[in-house]
Design a protein around this ligand. Structure first.
Ligand code: MRU
Length: 361
């Protein structure tokens, strides 16, 4: 998407690779500064996933694909067997970076299959780079299509609630939940967005608000506990969220707090949609119970990070008693019964086993 910098507008993807260097927009710096991070090997790129310099299912997937390509580029080239051993070790490392986003595993497996399909080191390098690039391009293309399908659900004047950030920063380009909103805006529909702030890492208050501002979409950030009340007051026409992993039965894992928005939406008869590319669907997870839920460092809850006007720097401030501990679960699962539809690049489907299986035929 286009980013408005001080005196110019430039198109950026969230993550890309040049030679053997992976470059990405450094997300913890947004909205206070716009910086590009450079990662020189698969270990550095993997740590950027773990530390959430890049986050969001599609962006994590593309980054994992590039990290695998870096591993293949740096693997020993004198013997194909040695190369495969090196790349398999890298695959294990990259897989261990974050557990919930299906796109990470999708990308690692795709590049690994490309390496297995080659029979010599040179062919493995060419195939791995092509596959990693293909994963990133496919992600951007799928999100563009999600926008075109999802836009049809949005009526002029709609007030839409979203949770976390499932915009272009969470993918290679366009986004999932925000993509239909961007297309609706392009088509001249008036859209207003309520962005849940999304404690503890505030992806809504920082990233979604920044993206919407860049796109010129009217919005307000709301504290996470406001949504139920504004739904009851009739101030929300529709909810669209993204997903990190969708089970074969239509249960959806997404940022912690999504489940309660879905229950509240149903209670208030507001349509609740999930937008995600098919690379987020995991047929091996029969239901949401099979989806691993990430638990992150308690400090993310015990402290808040933000830009300090007086020092001009990002600062970390403790908000809770010194001796208190926190439970920091990063995702939850919304049962399929709360979801009106899943917006994919192949169309809008019902969240059930039959419709999901059909996507892969
Ligand atoms: O922890 P994050 O920021 O990687 O989680 C991302 C989300 O859960 C978003 O809600 C998003 O909808 C799913 S990824 C596009």
């Amino acid at each position: 998407m286009n980013v408005k910098l001080e005196n110019r507008v430039q198109h950026y993807r969230t993550v890309w690779m040049e030679g053997d260097v992976v470059r990405m927009i450094d997300q913890p710096k947004i909205p206070h500064s716009f910086e590009i991070l450079e990662l020189h090997d698969y270990k550095e790129t993997g740590m950027a996933i773990r530390n959430m310099n890049i986050r969001g299912a599609g962006a994590i997937g593309a980054t994992a694909g590039y990290a695998m390509a870096q591993a293949v580029l740096h693997a020993p080239k004198d013997d194909y067997g040695k190369l495969v051993g090196y790349v398999e070790e890298a695959a294990g490392y990259i897989r261990s970076m974050r557990p919930t986003a299906q796109n990470l595993f999708y990308a690692v497996d795709k590049v690994l299959d490309a390496v297995y399909g080659a029979d010599n080191p040179e062919a493995a390098v060419i195939s791995a780079i092509k596959t990693a690039q293909g994963i990133a391009d496919e992600d951007a293309d799928s999100c563009k299509r999600i926008g075109e399908h999802g836009e049809k659900l949005i009526k002029d004047g709609y007030r839409i609630l979203t949770h976390c950030n499932a915009g272009w920063l969470a993918f290679v380009d366009y986004g999932s939940a925000l993509s239909p909103i961007y297309v609706a805006d392009e088509k001249g529909k008036k859209v207003f967005v309520y962005a849940d702030e999304t404690r503890p890492r505030l992806q809504g208050a920082r990233l979604t608000a920044w993206e919407l501002g860049q796109q010129g979409i009217e919005h307000k950030i709301i504290a996470d506990n406001v949504s139920g009340w504004i739904m009851q007051l009739g101030m929300v026409d529709m909810v669209i969220v993204g997903s990190d992993r969708i089970a074969a039965n239509g249960d959806v894992a997404n940022k912690i707090g999504t489940y309660e928005k879905a229950v509240l939406a149903k209670e208030n008869r507001i349509p609740f949609y999930v937008a995600a590319p098919t690379s987020t669907i995991d047929l091996d997870s029969k239901s949401g119970k099979d989806i691993p839920i990430e638990e992150r460092d308690e400090d993310e809850v015990l402290y808040v990070r933000g830009y300090c006007n007086s020092t001009g720097k990002m600062e970390k401030v403790r908000v809770s008693p010194k001796d208190s501990h926190a439970l920091n679960l990063a995702f939850d699962v919304t049962p399929a019964k709360y979801i009106k539809g899943i917006i994919t690049e192949k169309g809008i489907i019902k969240p059930n086993k039959k419709s999901i299986a059909k996507l892969f035929k």
